[in-house]
Design a protein around this ligand. Structure first.
Ligand code: C5P
Length: 225
């Protein structure tokens, strides 16, 4: 990446799914592969940033030069991101966080007792990690540039703009579906206060580099020393 457009920036990225335990051996997750978030981590490192990746359970190698912390549940991910975001200048929330978690994970494996009875699960809503961090940024007037993602099945532009405002972030990236999960290619729609911008279908690393350049363009100029 030349020039190093994110030199001096601390970029925090969440990636992959979360895993919400039902009991010690079972849980709920989703099909996020983590590939987009990992590609962004690589691109941000190439662009000269100090990069920390907070990853849900995925089987992907850590990009060279990137720091990685593995997490499992949404609450686990939130705790880690809340702490690390205090020292970051950019937060890119690419993780597919579970919307709900089982109300209480059983301490022992739930047994099939042979009676044909099936267990019932009750859920509670997980916190919105990104919205929480963005709210904190506004309250403290912090310099943390927050970027959200959205996977929508229809009417991407309208949903992406609405989501950007609801989450309180300056930039939201829509996955132009269908089925980007696990693929090596993607197409993105960037929405910000000014409007929209298409990044046409390309390998995720190519898109990640373009996204990094777009983020860099929106960052406040570094203060002269
Ligand atoms: O609301 P939705 O899940 O579509 O929003 C997607 C964006 O919000 C992504 O950037 C995702 O990482 C983030 N998110 C979050 N915490 C949640 C749900 C989503 O940070 N509980």
């Amino acid at each position: 990446f030349s020039p190093k457009v994110l030199e001096g920036q601390h970029v925090l990225i969440s990636a992959g799914p979360t895993y919400e335990a039902i009991d010690p051996v079972r849980g709920l997750t989703n099909l996020s592969s983590g590939k987009m978030g990992f590609a962004i981590a690589r691109a941000a490192h190439e662009a000269g940033a100090h990069v920390t990746l907070v990853a849900g359970p995925v089987s992907l190698p850590t990009p060279r030069g990137v720091g990685r912390i593995n997490v499992r549940s949404a609450l686990n991910m939130q705790k880690t991101l809340n702490v690390l975001s205090q020292n970051a200048t950019v937060f890119i929330s690419a993780a597919a966080v579970a919307d709900w978690r089982p109300m209480q994970a059983a301490e022992q494996k739930i047994k099939k007792d042979g009676s044909g009875q099936v267990p019932t699960l009750s859920f509670v809503e997980n916190p919105d990690i990104l919205a929480g961090i963005a709210t904190g940024v506004r309250a403290l007037n912090n310099h943390l540039f927050c970027v959200g993602f959205a996977a929508e099945s229809e009417d991407l532009l309208a949903h992406a703009q609405a989501k950007r405002k609801r989450k309180g972030v300056p930039l939201l990236v829509g996955n132009i579906g269908p089925d980007t999960f696990g693929q090596d290619d993607n197409a993105l729609l960037l929405v910000d206060e000014q409007g929209e911008m298409d990044l046409p279908r390309a390998p995720k690393l190519t898109l990640a580099r373009q996204l990094v350049a777009e983020i860099a363009r929106r960052m406040p100029a570094p203060k002269p020393i």
